[in-house]
Ligand binder design. Structure first.
Ligand code: ADP
Ligand code: MG
Length: 463
């Protein structure tokens, strides 16, 4: 009798759990799911790219062996991050969803139903005030956010939070959402990235549903718009944004915005919008100082039930100086390392575990990986030239590698769709979305293709 992929996978997990330290199992494999099978290949969805690489590297062969034993035939397993299965405009959170075709204006995820059920799914559960450490880097931003949570629409409207990547802007804005929902469970809270806002607007224009689009956004009590620096030069989006903003503001509804720079420095954003952004309060978030970094580590350790002694925390806090996200990455890596080597976490272990992380100081955000580099590597893999990919030429031979390059740029660099399009003969952002979706579905349907893309990706990430 044939087993389904998930049956095979749960047998495999059962077997491996007996052979592996509990902590490692919990860290890496617990909760993973088999999502598809292609011939003799099982595709398993795991929480992040980091998990995918790690599991593949360390446990890949062993898992394959067990799967082969369970099914009685040669089986291979590939791992994929759950986040790559959707268009990753908003990591971890998906919110004001596009209405399904033919839906009524108030689709449930955008505006809660008339009963006022809020869309909790739109906020990251971990991003609460409780879990946010206040330091001198974010004092004003936190105080303002708390004030807004207590008095939405009345204290600071809009609240504009700005600062570098990975410093807690999204966390704080979600915290306000949670606090408001806790007090008024019927409140209509919507979180949207600027790109989602733009994509939805474009879709509504194409489908002639802009009225519904407007209504949907204008019925919201708290609107959280993340990363407004992506508004750059998108005139129709700015126009619509301006009107949405005014409608909410006039109705006394709260708006919170985040950006990587202050309103005045937003290039290509029209003056009247900049001045709206400055109406309320503009607060920045900086990199936490050493003491705050230690406090954040202590908090994370306490929240996740870890024991990290002072020496180790001191080492991590000194080594990670680019963002809070880097700090978190270091802890995850250290945990993984310790469970794998079955060694206690101590300073020596921390040093060797974090060697790579620290040497390239947050390699993922470092400028070394560029769109050009990605285009070149993809061109090489598909045997075409990078210049051809960047051109307007439309030959069949170029279609797939061009789509893959766009997909990888989005995945690895988090560039805006417009900017990605510019690097490929000035293609517009809807072409870019289309390309990315194509790749995503091909990844699901074609194992050879998926392997090829993963190989290119790993090569780029490890370079
Ligand atoms: P940004 O939106 O500024 O790029 P995020 O809000 O996504 O950054 O934060 C990056 C990570 O760092 C998140 O996991 C967040 O929970 C964490 N973080 C940032 N600042 C703090 C803080 N002060 N206390 C606790 N966690 C923080
Ligand atoms: Mg953010």
């Amino acid at each position: 009798m044939e087993l389904t992929p998930s049956e095979v996978w749960s047998h495999v997990l059962g077997l491996v759990q007996e052979r592996m330290p509990e902590l490692s199992f919990r860290t890496w494999l617990h909760g993973t799911q088999a999502v598809a099978v292609h011939g003799s290949e099982i595709l398993v969805e795991v929480p992040s790219d980091f998990h995918a690489e790690w599991i593949e590297d360390r446990y890949g062969d062993h898992l394959k062996e067990l799967a082969t034993r369970v099914t009685g035939q040669e089986v291979s397993i590939s791992f994929r991050s759950a986040s790559t299965s959707g268009l990753r405009v908003a990591p971890e959170v998906a919110v004001v969803q596009p209405p399904p075709p033919g839906a009524t204006p108030s689709s449930p995820s955008a505006t809660p139903d008339p009963g006022g059920r809020p869309c909790h799914g739109s906020l990251n559960e971990r991003y609460t005030f409780d879990r946010f450490v206040v330091g001198n880097n974010n004092q004003l931003a936190t105080a303002a956010s708390r004030a807004v949570a207590e008095n939405p629409g009345r204290s600071y409207n809009p609240l504009f939070l700005y600062g570098g990547v990975g410093l807690g802007k999204t966390h704080l804005m979600h915290a306000v959402g949670h606090a408001i929902l806790e007090r008024s469970p019927g409140a209509r809270v919507a979180y949207v990235t600027t790109e989602q806002f733009m994509n939805e607007l474009v879709r509504s224009i194409q489908q002639a549903t802009t009225r519904e689009f407007r209504q949907r956004f204008r019925q919201i009590d708290l609107l959280l718009v993340d990363d407004v620096h992506f508004l750059e030069r998108k005139d129709s989006t700015q126009e619509e944004f301006f009107h949405t903003f005014n409608a909410l503001y006039d109705a006394g509804k709260q708006v919170i915005l985040t950006s990587d720079r202050p309103p005045k420095e937003l290039p290509g954003v029209e003056e009247r919008l900049v001045s709206r952004f400055e109406w309320g309060l503009v607060a920045d978030i900086k990199m936490p100082d050493y003491e705050t970094r230690v406090a954040i580590l202590q908090k994370k350790a306490a929240d996740d039930g870890l024991t990290l002694d002072d020496e180790v925390m001191d080492f991590i806090a000194r080594s990670c100086t680019s963002s809070v996200r880097e700090l978190e990455g270091a802890v995850i890596k250290l945990l993984a390392y310790s469970s794998l080597r079955r060694e206690e976490i101590n300073l020596a272990l921390a040093r060797s575990a974090l060697e790579g992380v620290i040497r390239d100081g947050g390699a993922r955000t470092a400028p070394r990986l560029t769109a050009t580099r990605i285009r070149e590597r993809v061109a090489e893999e598909w045997g075409v030239t990078s210049a051809d990919l960047a051109s307007k030429r439309r030959t069949r031979q170029l279609t797939v590698p061009r789509q893959v390059a766009m997909y990888l740029i989005k995945e690895l660099l988090d560039e805006s769709l417009v900017r990605i399009g510019e690097g490929f003969g000035g293609r517009d952002h809807s072409t870019v979305i289309h390309s990315i979706r194509k790749v995503e579905s091909a990844l699901e349907e074609d194992a050879d293709f998926a392997r090829r893309v993963i190989r290119v990706r790993q090569h780029l990430e490890s370079a």
